[in-house]
Design a protein around this ligand. Structure first.
Ligand code: GLA
Length: 377
């Protein structure tokens, strides 16, 4: 029996009806453009959130997390409403609220995606529950429909204005590939991302920094992109080329213009990266990662000193490319680097962080892994 099933039985005195898991993610490239209808290129990491679930014959929801000493949080199905629940529990309750279940449930979560590292532990939690509920309650929803439901839970129940990328990749990723996702209609293509045979690794550097701007800064950047679209009278930043956008600079205030400039150039970088991957051109991919970082740092201004130091040090150690990933203002950076240089790079980044008086960073590597699935029922 799975470890989580044993814990579930100890806690709730019965066996779970379904166990499912969903991974966190790293975004290779395509940052801050999912909410502008862009293409993004994330992949799932091997760290997952696992959930065990069983229906009840009343309307109680009992919720516990292995990481929270399995303390049981209880609420009635009839009382579910935005913001009800402890902060971590809201992500789970939000999914139940959006999907609509007709009986209560007992639910145990084992979250193994590092928290606060910008690796989408929240999407992993939402998607593990979405996939389990879809299965147990015979919802027959497609993966894009489940992604939209999980995003809605985060937007409306938890109150975080995230885009659709994290939930989509957590549900739809395939091992060995990055997911080229069209955020407009959620169609996707698996792009093989096999770096090990090239002697390369993707080092994930969790800076352990969490700057205050995380929430307000994200919403503010998103609003700038929406303003650019409204003022230019276009359907989305997806529908304008870099040259067309640049030609209309005088119609926008400088800040709105430069934010939108990041979006339109990043959209192009994603497609160029796909082309580079299809031709096994990792040097080119590295250049595009670097250009993405510069754009996020200088134009979109969502980086921070810790992320910049991680990226600069990785490049000084010979990385082919490096950039911040996720929402920014802290969290993780990635570096595409020769496998035999990884250790030296980690040491150099740790030393640079210590010299700068920053908290010690954490390092991970992960191959592109499989998206959410039911493990047992
Ligand atoms: C966060 C959001 C995503 C996406 C990224 C930036 O991870 O949840 O929807 O916008 O930031 O690319």
């Amino acid at each position: 029996m799975q470890e989580i099933s044993i814990r579930f039985s100890e806690l709730f005195g019965r066996t779970p009806e379904v166990v499912a898991q969903a991974p966190g993610r790293v975004n290779l490239i395509g940052e801050h453009i999912d909410y502008s209808d862009g293409f993004v290129l994330p992949f799932a990491i091997s760290d997952c959130t696992v959930v065990a679930l069983a229906r009840r014959d009343d309307r109680k929801i009992r919720l516990a997390s292995v990481q929270k000493s399995a303390e049981i949080f209880e609420v009635s199905l009839d009382d579910l409403a935005p913001m009800v629940g402890e902060s971590w529990a809201r992500y789970a309750l939000g999914v139940l609220w959006v999907l609509g279940i007709d009986t209560g449930v007992d639910l145990l979560i084992d979250g193994r995606v590092p928290l606060g590292a910008g690796l989408s532990s929240s999407a992993a939690l939402e998607c593990s529950i979405a996939i389990a509920v879809n299965h147990l309650f015979n919802k027959n929803l497609s993966l894009p429909e489940l992604a939209r439901a999980a995003q809605k839970a985060e937007n409306e129940y938890v109150g975080v204005p995230c885009g659709i990328m994290d939930q989509s990749v957590s549900l739809m990723a395939k091992a060995g590939s990055a997911l080229l996702l069209d955020c407009r209609d959620l169609s996707s293509e698996n792009i093989p991302f096999l770096i090990a045979p090239q002697g390369l690794e993707l080092l994930i550097i969790d800076t352990q920094a969490h700057h205050k701007l995380v929430d307000g800064g994200y919403a503010e950047r998103r609003a700038s992109c929406e303003r650019a679209v409204a003022e230019l009278g276009i359907t989305s930043l997806r529908d304008i080329s870099v040259a067309q956008y640049a030609a209309r600079q005088s119609e926008l205030d400088p800040v709105t213009y430069i934010r939108g400039f990041h979006a339109v150039t990043e959209m192009k970088r994603v497609l160029d990266s796909v082309d580079a991957l299809k031709h096994n051109n990792f040097a080119r991919l590295g250049e595009l990662l670097n250009a993405s970082h510069r754009s996020l740092r200088d134009d979109y201004t969502v980086s921070c000193p810790e992320l910049n130091l991680a990226v600069d040090t990785a490049l000084a150690q010979g990385a082919l490319g490096a950039r911040m990933v996720g929402g920014g203002f802290g969290g993780s950076a990635i570096a595409l680097i020769k496998a035999d240089q990884v250790k030296r790079c980690e040491v150099a980044i740790s030393r640079a962080f210590s010299d700068a008086g920053f908290k010690a960073p954490r390092f991970f590597t992960s191959l592109p892994s499989e998206g959410a699935h039911v493990i047992s029922n």
